[in-house]
Structures are given as structure tokens and as C-alpha cells.
Design a protein around this ligand. Structure first.
Ligand SMILES: Cc1cc2nc3c(=O)[nH]c(=O)nc-3n(C[C@H](O)[C@H](O)[C@H](O)COP(=O)(O)OP(=O)(O)OC[C@H]3O[C@@H](n4cnc5c(N)ncnc54)[C@H](O)[C@@H]3O)c2cc1C
Length: 418
């Protein structure tokens, strides 16, 4: 009998970690990892940080060393796009003319930048930042100096702006929201990041969107919805991403804010799985679907999908986590908090070292540590406990967080035991 074939579509972090896990679990069938980009799998966080600024080599961005895939007998196919999947016939079609049968299929097709649809959006010098190729173009731009307008003060826009400033460019950031990321994290954290950027000399135009890009062949100025004209040498738009669901939708798989998967990461088609930025996965802890567009989710969900493809019991319930580095401000956030009642602090944000907690009905639903390290697991334990915490203890730097997390977890366990 021939050995089974597992096909992974999307050769980025999710796909690469899934392929690695298949071999780590002893799978000795055929593993095909197919990616549209020319590079072998790489990580994207350096693309707004050290690699963008020219401080680290390209090699550091790759998920695995060059020889890894051959060594592991993973057939890495780069520069090739999967154009169709047929779950009924268990086949995928590639744009190089091949059609391949599979026994299990993983869709790790990720997300792509939302595009601006304003006049002038097609001018040269209007950039997006998702791929190494995008980053290489922007790295050269940063090397040349000058003035840049960043559209969108979300994480990508903010990190790009910080790196551009660190390279000495004049940077203007515009965003229709009154504060960076205010909708997701609230006024307090929005104010903190606004002030950080202002202190580093960024010109923040908040409450103003983009009306148009203007220039002859290349962008020369940006016109805001408030009627201002800002001169620039180039512009970068970071206005969010959309999950790449086309293949799944065309094949009739359930799609709703991403490819819909259960806690085993299986799609509506048996034998077809999805993970990473593209997957809207049923979350056993939150009891609802959650789609996460962050590095740690790709890192862990890819391997979880691989185990599920092998028939192992999987119930993916990681608490969403992400990190961001801007100037000398390092931050980690854990949680999933569409609603909260208040944000409380341990430490003073003005000092640049603090923790923030999002509370809903007295329980911690989200936590951010800024320039404070090794607390993340305690923050996550507080979230998992789902127990009201005493705000005085939570905000008191003298009360060890691990102790507080232990108390909450013990209380939650007591309630669960008969
Ligand atoms: C610039 C940048 C900086 C970031 N920084 C951070 C950070 O600091 N912290 C953090 O937590 N997260 C960060 N992220 C988010 C993180 O990188 C993503 O969550 C992660 O890359 C998702 O991985 P993925 O493999 O699921 O999808 P992707 O990385 O989007 O990869 C999907 C891959 O699939 C390929 N593909 C799609 N369709 C097909 C097809 N039909 N055929 C073949 N191949 C296909 C694509 O070409 C792509 O290579 C950042 C993202 C970007 C863009």
C-alpha cells in the first residue's frame, strides 16, 4: 500500500510549523508544503522591526535553516500557487499545471493587506507591508531617507512608523480614530501609545482619514479628509488584513470571517483542516469562534492542526497572545476582550513599565505587560480562572502576580470539584 500524502497550502509560519510537527510525530508519508512566495517560510515580525531597519540579516527571518526541508523529506514547493481544491475528489490544482491527490489537506493561506480604494491609491510609492518583497522595497526607502506618510495607526502602521523614525525619516501618521488602537484596547492604552509616538517626533494626525494620494507618476502628497495636504516621498498603508479564504469558499467550505473550523481545526469538509491567520476556530474556553492574526497563533495552531491531521485528539484552546516592539517599548498582550468594564494598572504608564488589566464583571479578560517580563503565564492564569479579583491586590506591585494567579486558579478549581 502506498504511503499517505498530506498537502499543506501556504508556506509561512503556520504551514512550516505544521510540516515540522508531522515529522516530529513520526509521520512517514509524503508531506508537500506549497507556497506562492519565492522564499522558503519566514517569520513576519522582523519585517516591521530589525530586518526592516537593516539591523539583521535576511537569514534570521527564516523559520528553519536552508537544509531543513530536504533533511526532513518535506517537499517544499515555492513560487507556486494552489488555484483550486476539490474536497470531493481529494485533489488540489497548482498553477504550474499539476494536480495532486491528498489524504489530508491543511489550508494555511494566511491573510493579505486590506487595500485602500481612494483616488491615487495606484500611484508608485504607495506601499503595503506583508511580504519580504514588500519589506525589501521599504528597507531601501528607509535607506534613502525623506518623508513618509503612514495611513493607519494599528500595530503594523505603528511599528513601521517607529522603525522609520528610528532611521531618521520625517513621519506623519494618520488615522480616523482619535487614538491608536482605541477601539480594541480603549482610551488608556491608546493615549499611552499616542504619547510614545509624539515623544519620538512622529506627527500624529488623529481623527483624520485619507482622502486621496496625489502626484504625477508617483505619490507626492497625501490629502486628508480634513483637507490638509502632506508632502511625502512615499506612503505606507496599514489598515488591517483580510483572511485569504478564496480557495475554501470556491470549494464550498464554510467561510465566515475566515475558514470556519472546529476545535480540532477541521473545516466543514472531512480531512481538510485550516490554521493560522485564515482560520476562524471554535474556541473551547471562550465558547465562540475566534480568529487570531498573530504570530503565536501561527506558531502553535500549525502544529495542533498537524496532530489533528494524524488523528490525535486536539482541542485548541490557547489564550490569544501577541507582542509588539516600538522604539524601546516592548509589549505582550494576552486575552480576548471584546467587552470590558474598566482598565486598571499595576505601575504607572508614564514610567514606561507597567501592566494593564481589562476587567469584565470583576474578572481579568485581558492583560498587557509593557517593559515588564516573565509575567505572561500569570496573566493567562488569571484569565483562565475566570474569577473576580480584588482590584487593590491586582494593582499593587507588592502583591506577587503568581500568588494572585494561584489564588484565583485554586478558587476556580474548588468550585469545579464536587
Ligand atoms: C509586517 C508584519 C509584522 C508582524 N509583526 C507581528 C508581531 O510583532 N507580533 C505578532 O504577534 N504578530 C505579528 N505579525 C502577524 C504574524 O506575522 C501573522 O499572524 C503570521 O504571519 C500568520 O501566519 P500564517 O502562516 O497563518 O499566514 P501568512 O503569514 O499570511 O502566510 C500565508 C502564506 O500562504 C501563501 N498562500 C496563500 N494562498 C496560497 C495559495 N493559494 N497557494 C500557495 N500559497 C498560498 C501566502 O503567499 C503566504 O506566504 C506581523 C505580520 C506582519 C505582516
Amino acid at each position: 500500500m502506498s504511503k499517505p500524502t498530506f498537502v499543506i497550502v501556504g508556506a509561512s509560519l503556520t504551514g512550516a510549523k505544521a510540516a515540522e510537527e508531522l515529522r516530529a510525530q513520526g509521520f512517514d508519508g509524503r508531506v508537500m508544503l506549497i507556497g506562492a512566495e519565492p522564499d522558503r517560510p519566514y517569520e513576519r515580525p522582523p519585517l516591521t522591526k530589525d530586518y526592516l531597519r537593516g539591523e539583521t540579516e535576511r537569514e534570521k527571518a527564516y523559520v528553519h535553516p536552508g537544509g531543513f526541508y530536504a533533511q526532513q523529506e518535506i517537499e517544499l514547493v515555492t513560487g507556486v500557487t494552489v488555484t483550486a481544491i476539490d474536497p470531493g475528489a481529494s485533489r488540489v490544482t497548482l498553477d504550474d499545471g499539476r494536480a495532486l491527490g491528498y489524504d489530508r489537506l491543511l489550508l494555511a493561506t494566511g491573510a493579505e493587506p486590506r487595500r485602500l480604494a481612494v483616488p491615487g491609491a495606484g500611484l508608485d510609492g504607495v506601499h503595503y507591508l506583508r511580504t519580504l518583497a514588500d519589506c525589501d522595497r521599504l528597507r531601501d526607502r528607509l535607506g534613502a531617507g525623506g518623508r513618509v506618510v503612514v495611513v493607519g495607526a494599528g500595530w503594523i502602521g505603528s511599528e513601521f512608523a517607529a522603525s522609520a523614525r528610528q532611521r531618521g525619516l520625517d513621519v506623519t501618521v494618520l488615522d480616523p480614530q482619535p487614538l491608536p488602537n482605541e477601539r480594541i484596547f480603549g482610551r488608556e492604552i491608546g493615549t499611552f501609545y499616542r504619547d510614545v509616538h509624539a515623544q519620538h517626533g512622529i506627527d500624529l494626525l488623529l481623527g483624520e482619514g485619507i482622502d486621496s494620494f496625489e502626484g504625477n507618476a508617483a505619490v507626492a502628497q497625501v490629502r486628508t479628509t480634513g483637507g490638509r495636504r502632506i508632502e511625502c516621498d512615499f506612503a505606507v498603508a496599514g489598515i488591517g488584513v483580510v483572511p485569504r479564504t478564496g480557495l475554501a469558499a470556491d470549494a464550498g467550505l464554510a467561510v465566515d470571517n475566515g475558514i470556519v473550523v472546529d476545535a480540532k481545526l477541521q473545516t466543514s469538509a472531512p480531512g481538510v483542516f485550516a490554521a493560522g491567520d485564515v482560520a476562524n476556530a471554535w474556541h473551547p474556553f471562550f465558547q465562540r469562534p475566534v480568529r487570531v492574526e498573530h504570530w503565536a497563533n501561527a506558531l502553535h495552531q500549525g502544529p495542533a492542526a498537524a496532530r489533528a491531521m494524524l488523528g490525535q485528539p486536539v482541542s485548541y484552546d490557547h489564550i490569544p497572545y501577541f507582542f509588539s516592539d516600538q522604539y524601546d517599548i516592548g509589549m505582550e498582550y494576552s486575552g480576548y476582550a471584546p467587552h470590558w468594564d474598566e482598565v486598571v494598572f499595576r505601575g504607572d504608564p508614564a514610567s514606561g513599565e507597567f501592566l494593564a488589566f481589562w476587567l469584565h464583571e470583576g474578572s481579568v479578560v485581558g492583560g498587557m505587560n509593557v517593559n515588564v517580563w516573565d509575567v505572561n503565564e500569570h496573566v493567562q492564569a488569571l484569565i483562565r480562572a475566570r474569577k473576580p479579583v480584588e482590584v487593590a491586590a491586582l494593582t499593587d506591585p507588592g502583591t506577587p502576580l503568581d500568588w494572585l494567579a494561584g489564588q484565583s486558579a485554586a478558587e476556580a478549581d474548588r468550585e469545579k470539584s464536587p
